[in-house]
Design a binder for this molecule. Structure first.
Ligand code: DX5
Ligand code: ZN
Length: 214
């Protein structure tokens, strides 16, 4: 069964507590939290202190998506937030394997993220050392972009590459109801949704998204 992971970057920052309470009332298991440094990506959002503060107010599992140029310099702080799932971009470090080892050693789930231009085949030698693969379905950094259709093929190929391993596939960017359904069908387990959930009537949107993927 696939899960919807709300992306807190899409929420109303002036009513963050209400947004978190809503997601908990809706039995959200995992919250997707973006960490952007204005360098690896142009945007800047949610530093470790803010993530830790949100984490203290929530029972949800936190999935921190690190979009930073030097992940090794920030990993300890991210671990200290209490986040249970931490993902690092393949493109952001020459030491992706070591990053995965450190995350697992801290007792967290380790995820590797690939940009739209990065083929899934680069993950071959990481497969025994990761818990999830985050396939970016837009170029990271900005919300409100259009889902890149070629990603569906990438999800299918990744699923095949994983084989019998217990690695989960996550997708992030430009997902709406219709696309969520297609991603789930292609093999995605964790489906991040920002704009399409938090806009308009979020209760209706959330119900429709959950309905679409199961
Ligand atoms: C973008 C972020 C996403 C973003 C998705 O770089 O990684 O998590 O919040 O937003 P939508 O779903 O609106 O594309
Ligand atoms: Zn993200």
């Amino acid at each position: 069964m696939a899960h919807i992971l709300p992306s807190i970057f899409g929420a109303d920052i002036l009513h963050l507590q209400e947004e978190i309470d809503f997601l908990e009332e809706e039995q959200t298991e995992i919250l997707h939290v973006d960490l952007m440094d204005g360098n690896f990506v142009s945007n800047i959002a949610f530093g470790p202190n803010q993530i830790a503060a949100m984490k203290q107010q929530s029972k949800m599992i936190f999935d921190v998506h690190m979009m930073v140029a030097h992940p090794q310099d920030h990993l300890d702080d991210v671990i200290d937030t209490g986040a249970e799932m931490i993902s690092v971009h393949y493109e952001s470090t020459p030491h992706i394997h070591s990053m995965m080892q450190k995350i697992r050693k801290a007792g967290r789930k380790a995820g590797v993220v690939i940009n739209p231009g990065t083929p899934e085949t680069v993950l071959d030698y990481l497969l025994d050392d990761i818990d999830y693969i985050l396939i970016m379905t837009i170029n990271p950094g900005q919300p409100g972009q259009t889902f890149i259709n070629k990603s569906l093929e990438k999800i299918r190929n990744t699923k095949e590459m994983i084989g019998e391993r217990t690695i989960q596939i996550e997708v992030d960017g430009g997902v709406n109801q219709k696309i969520a359904k297609e991603c789930a069908k292609a093999g995605a387990d964790l489906i991040v949704v920002g704009g399409a959930l938090f806009s308009n009537d979020k209760k209706i949107q959330y119900d429709a998204l959950k309905e679409a993927i199961n």
